[in-house]
Design a protein around this ligand. Structure first.
Ligand code: ZN
Length: 387
């Protein structure tokens, strides 16, 4: 058992100063003044620290991604310590452009490996391409038969790297995701990769207008990649949809018009988007390719999981977004939208995924996943098998 005392609790809602008792990998009590003899429990005085839920990063290329510049540009796998450094205790893995040398089976193996190493991992089935490449032959079977599959993605639309799926193909795959989700009690959400194409969110608007599928079935990502898509995303979210920002970036993208996540969050809130409809993900280990006006690759970088909380912190410190609202985009919101039980909140009964932040500068000082210390006093204690 672990007793964290005198922490300022942001669950993510602010609950004031309280103590957190962890046992068996879960939070069992959360209230002021818990006292247990030291011989029964490890105690930590967390004065000067904030206790917040472990972060959820729902779009990470766990087995690497990319390769848009040829084989030598295939990006590397996630290592555990990167997640720990970023305070990420739950990841949802995905495949991207490459569904030939990257496979759902390899992704599932990596998901299980990260679980064994100490965090919680899930996956999206499929990759950019339609028809969707699955583990068991269909989206519904993947959702119903494989515990780790929570939805479909990232399916590429409005992008030169997509398979140019037709409306009927998108409707069919979204329907399969919905049916599989309903039958398995999972979210069954489709994570759509949005490119820079001028069609933008038009395919999703048409799905909602012409089928019975609700907007909550879709989570379009990279919504901040250009100003036009950002405006479309704002309207989509005001109309009841969810939007996901990508936090990994390079200065050249921002110079080209990408909307910084911190400022973008502030702008969407000011525009009246319900705070619960916004999530951030890192696109970690994904390739960040830049193409010139002729479609030629000009540069390529690798996304980082550590960018996730850096963007949240910047939203608080530079844009004045309330801490609980900013925290929710990487905790309570993805947990609710993706139906990740026990995740994204500090409450009795929830998994003991806790991040300790320095109250003064919001630096990550401690990370606990399922009750186990992964980082303490700013030092990474647990690394991946081959690190
Ligand atoms: Zn993508």
């Amino acid at each position: 058992m672990l007793l964290i005392r005198n922490a300022e609790i942001h669950a993510p809602a602010p609950l004031g100063r309280a103590d957190l008792l962890v046992a068996g990998g879960r939070i069992v009590r959360l209230e002021p003044g818990i006292d247990l003899p030291a011989r029964y429990v490890e105690r930590l005085d967390a004065s000067g620290l904030l206790a917040v839920p472990g972060f959820i990063d729902a779009h990470v290329h766990l087995t690497g991604g990319g390769g848009e510049g040829g084989y030598a540009t295939r990006t590397p796998e996630l290592v555990l310590s990167d997640a720990v450094r970023g305070g990420v205790t739950t990841v949802v893995g995905c495949l991207g452009t490459d569904g030939v040398t990257r496979s759902p089976a390899a992704l599932l193996a990596k998901v299980r490996a990260l679980d064994a190493e100490g965090i919680t991992a899930f996956m999206w089935t499929g990759h950019y391409a339609v028809p969707v490449q699955t583990l068991t032959g269909s989206i519904e079977r993947d959702l119903l038969l494989i515990d780790k599959v929570i939805g479909v993605g990232e399916v590429a639309i409005s992008d030169h790297r997509s398979t140019q799926p037709t409306f009927e193909e998108l409707a069919r795959l979204a329907a399969q995701a919905r049916r599989g989700g309903l039958l398995s009690g999972k979210a069954g959400v489709v994570n759509f990769h949005l490119g820079d194409g001028t069609r933008g969110l038009a395919p999703l608007r048409r799905l909602v207008e012409e089928t019975e599928l609700p907007p909550s079935q879709f989570l379009p990502t990279h919504i901040n990649r250009n100003p036009t898509l950002f405006e479309e995303g704002t309207a989509w979210a005001r109309g009841g949809g969810f939007v996901d920002f990508t936090t990994s970036t390079v200065p050249a993208f921002l110079e080209d018009g990408e909307v910084a996540c911190s400022a973008g969050l502030r702008r969407m809130l000011d525009a009246g988007v319900p705070p619960g409809h916004i999530t951030f993900t890192s696109d970690g280990q994904g390739s960040l390719p830049a193409f010139d006006e002729h479609g030629r690759l000009t540069r390529l970088e690798v996304g980082r999981v550590t960018s996730l909380f850096a963007a949240v912190r910047e939203a608080v410190q530079a844009e004045g977004v309330p801490l609980d609202t900013a925290l929710a985009v990487v905790t309570a919101n993805p947990a609710r939208i993706l139906k990740l039980a026990g995740k994204g909140q500090l409450a009795p009964g929830a998994d003991a995924d806790v991040v300790l932040l320095d109250a003064a500068d919001l630096a990550i000082r401690g990370v606990i996943a399922r009750g186990r210390w992964l980082m303490r006093d700013g030092e990474v204690l647990v690394r991946g098998t081959f690190e």
